[in-house]
Design a protein around this ligand. Structure first.
Ligand SMILES: *[C@@H]1O[C@H](CO)[C@@H](O)[C@H](O)[C@H]1NC(C)=O
Ligand SMILES: *[C@@H]1O[C@H](CO)[C@@H](O)[C@H](O)[C@H]1NC(C)=O
Ligand SMILES: *[C@@H]1O[C@H](CO)[C@@H](O)[C@H](O)[C@H]1NC(C)=O
Ligand SMILES: *[C@@H]1O[C@H](CO)[C@@H](O)[C@H](O)[C@H]1NC(C)=O
Length: 407
């Protein structure tokens, strides 16, 4: 019963302030173009990989046909560089007509016909990060345009906005304009990251009232070092970040780079496990047309996804650092006997062994002991109340468990 009581308290505290658009009750899942495809706009030179409607349609097809949609990945998200270089005669944004001949409305219709959702991108300044027209002076018009097209999610970036002090006003204005369209549009804000970069205090209460998900820290790059530096930031800031996460509101450590060029299979498992335990959005940025099966299997791991998508929406915490291993725990909403998820992370280039009891990592006493299921191997082990267990970690790897009380 302790667990339900804790949950009620937690849900009560963030429920009151969350953005009330009914979306992102669990961390959103899908695909986002940026990290993999960037601002590749030359479709003559690179027709297969340029930012075009064809790219998004092909990713939508893969999501449906290769099992991702069934696993929960539902958003297909455009990032920067989709726009024509200027607005139209009525000041409306429109997509580059050569790369998006169907227009965004046509693309949205295609995405919706597959049972998926479409995300789009703008920025809060006058220009996007790559110099395309953005929403600065046209927040209301652009919110209406996105809604008319049938957009389901909006990422609003902020790099060309010189005065970051205005973001506390500007982002909430966009929230109001999105709401006024009457179309539920999941709002992804880059605002806290820009305030952090400028040394402006972040008011996460205000952020959570206006955004469903938000970037806290720098863009992910295709490297293990980048993944580790992001994890490190969330560990250091966890006392600030954990309380603001919950249904409707999630901290966003940026995209999954699983299946791209840099992560080994073990490192890819580590990113998947950590993003699940952090209750992070699971937005893949990879090429689903060419991804190999061992990476696809990691992205489709049902048990790890279940931890990510737990209804309580609690962000996990680093609870112990011992013997070179970081141990993270996430509380789950569950039938009474299913209590926690644990991740053991070895960020070192050498093997590590760590010996702990479950009590050491804050798992409540269970008279009958515990059952632990390894979410990557599927193996179950049973442990008594105070049983010490040694966990062996290969270099740059994780172990991830689901902990049940044994009955
Ligand atoms: C696209 O790439 C081709 C071949 O590399 C090049 O000739 C052309 O100038 C490029 N177009 C633009 C707009 O950069
Ligand atoms: C955006 O453009 C408007 C009108 O030209 C200008 O007043 C404003 O300062 C610009 N904003 C930024 C952030 O450059
Ligand atoms: C707009 O906000 C109201 C009040 O918070 C909420 O009830 C409604 O669902 C929102 N509508 C949309 C489309 O987000
Ligand atoms: C943060 O935002 C909340 C909600 O809008 C507000 O009530 C509070 O006063 C703000 N805190 C600070 C320090 O400005």
């Amino acid at each position: 019963m302790w667990a339900s009581a804790v949950l009620l308290v937690l849900l009560g505290s963030f429920g009151a302030n969350a953005l009330d658009n009914g979306l992102a009750r669990t961390p959103p899942m899908g695909w986002l173009a940026w990290e993999r495809f960037r601002c590749n706009v030359n479709c003559t030179a690179d027709p297969k990989n340029c930012v075009s409607e064809k790219l998004f349609m092909e990713m939508a097809d893969r999501l449906v046909e290769d099992g991702y949609k069934d696993a929960g990945y539902e958003y297909v998200n455009i990032d920067d560089c989709w726009m024509a270089k200027q607005r139209d005669a009525n000041n409306k944004l429109y997509a580059d007509p050569e790369r998006f001949p169907s227009g965004i409305k046509g693309l949205a219709d295609y995405i919706h016909s597959k049972g998926l959702k479409l995300g789009i991108y703008t920025a809060y300044g006058n220009f996007t990060c790559q110099g395309y027209p953005a929403s600065g002076m046209h927040l209301e018009l652009d919110a209406q345009t996105f809604a008319e097209w049938g957009v389901d999610m909006l990422k609003m970036d902020g790099c060309k906005q010189m005065d970051r002090h205005t973001m506390k006003k500007g982002y909430p204005q966009m929230t109001k304009y999105l709401n006024a369209t009457g179309r539920p549009i999941l709002f992804s804000c880059s605002w806290p990251d820009y305030e952090r970069g400028a040394g402006i205090p972040i008011n996460y209460t205000l952020v959570a009232e206006n955004c469903n998900i938000w970037r806290n820290y720098v863009d992910i790059q295709d490297s293990w070092q980048s993944v580790l530096s992001i994890i490190d930031y969330y560990a250091k800031e966890q006392d600030t970040l954990v309380p603001v996460a919950g249904p409707g509101n999630f901290n966003d450590p940026d995209m999954l780079i699983i299946g791209d060029f840099s992560l080994s299979v073990e490192q890819a498992k580590a990113q998947m496990a950590m993003w699940a335990i952090l209750a992070a959005p699971l937005l893949m940025s990879n090429d689903l047309r060419t991804i190999t099966p061992e990476y696809r299997d990691i992205l489709l791991n049902k048990d790890v996804i279940a931890i990510s998508q737990d209804n309580a929406g609690i962000m996990g915490k680093r609870v112990l650092q011992k013997s070179g291993v970081d141990i993270w725990r996430k509380r789950l909403q569950h039938p009474i006997d299913l209590v926690d998820a644990l991740v053991f992370l070895n960020a070192n280039s050498t093997p590590m062994n760590v010996t702990v009891t479950l009590n050491d990592v804050g798992i409540e006493s269970a008279a009958l002991g515990y059952a632990m299921q390894d979410l990557f191997s599927g193996k179950t082990i049973y442990l008594g109340q105070m049983t010490e267990q040694t966990y062996h970690l290969t270099p740059w790897s994780v172990l991830m468990y689901w902990i049940y009380t044994s009955s």
